[in-house]
Design a binder for this molecule. Sequence first.
Ligand code: PMP
Length: 294
Amino acid sequence: YYNQNTKIFLNGEFVLAKSAGVDLFGQSLHYGYGAFEGLRAYNTHNGTRIFKAEAHFERLRKSCESIGLPYKWNNRTLIEKCYELLEINNLRAAYIRPLVFSGSNMHLTSSEDANIMLAAWEWGPYLGQNLLNVNISKYERPNPKSFHIDAKISGQYINSILASTDAIRNGYDEALMLDQDGYVAQASSENIFIEKDYKIYTPPLGDVFPGITRKTVIGICKELGFEIIEKKLTVQDIYTADSAFLSGTAAEIIGIKQVDHIVYKEEWEHSIGATIQRKYKNLVLEQENYEVII
Ligand code: PMP
């Protein structure tokens, strides 16, 4: 993620990543009390462009507010700092990681003191480019009555780590997790979509993370005239779909080949998901004249 020369933005200054330190007596390290984001910058025909930067920083603000962590920065300034960060590190396309973390404090009450870091590195699609082999995890998503599940809070990612590590140990690429009522919610850090009888379905907000890519996919469906239905999905719905895919900033749009060894009948290349995947690439790369092939 960094080398001898990599710089990060830390509390207003660009500093060398290797010599930047954090307080070892902070709630973020001990309790996972922090908020973060994940953005992607693309090397487009119009230069380097960060996709949906405002939406990501607005979500960061809401995440901080949801746990009472002060958010004392201006989103516009932070976006400018992201572009500077990319230039300083000579990156044209990159994954960008903002992290807000608390200062020295060991109490289990919200912190008055907050720090911000922006880091960037080259990162290919998080789950690779091959169709995925996923399982239904034994781990459930966090209960929305226990956590603000629509916020991107550091500690909540232990759940993601448990589920995807378990999936990988059992020979899968990624885990699908159920919500508190036993419906399929999402993957460890991606939202899920299925195709059935030429319609696209995805679980509604409430028990799933409000992915920015999820919202983009819904917009693409509407623009291209595909029926998109937000509805609770059972494991059976997932098993009997024609095809399925995951969406996320890091993973982008990636097709699923099989769930719990049940292989989707429809060829990915012929699925609506594949069309959405192409359209998404077109959007992030700002290639407006790209023709959608169905
Ligand atoms: N679910 C979770 C738990 C996530 O952390 C993320 C973001 N990494 C997503 C879904 C996808 O969200 P987005 O499309 O905004 O990246």
